[in-house]
Write a protein that binds this ligand. Structure first.
Ligand code: 5GP
Ligand code: ZN
Length: 112
């Protein structure tokens, strides 16, 4: 499959990993918008949050566990951070492999 995040998962493309387990990998965004900007993704290809099903409940829990580990590893667990998952065209999703942006390390603004 021609998906850049699948290529990061299987090692075809390099990434700076922050966290990895059997089902999830997290790595620094190539174009960070804040001092901390990490992408947390399932290793399994899922196009977006719209493609999640009932069978993915455990995977979602694993993703959120990974996000907490990323927050601790990058030092934003106490200061706070934001989780964003863009979906589709209006959501400005550019990579069609489910990912959660973990953004922090500065005071964030709010409202899209
Ligand atoms: P989206 O716009 O789909 O919500 O987010 C995609 C994110 O992936 C963007 O923030 C973009 O900077 C990041 N990105 C795109 N290609 C690569 C890559 O090859 N490596 C890494 N680490 N991040 C990437
Ligand atoms: Zn993929």
């Amino acid at each position: 499959m021609d998906c850049i995040f699948c290529k990061i998962v299987n090692g075809e493309l390099p990434s700076k990993k922050v966290y990895e387990d059997e089902h999830v990998v997290a790595f620094h965004d190539i174009s960070p918008i804040a001092p901390v900007h990490v992408l947390t993704i399932p290793k399994k290809h899922i196009a977006s949050a719209m493609e999640l099903g009932e069978g993915d409940a455990e995977l979602l829990a694993q993703l959120h566990h990974a996000i907490r580990e990323v927050a601790r590893a990058t030092g934003v667990a106490e200061s706070g951070f934001r989780i964003i998952s863009n979906i589709g065209s209006d959501g400005q999703q550019t990579v069609p492999h489910l990912h959660f942006h973990v953004i922090g390390g500065r005071q964030l603004e709010w409202k899209a």
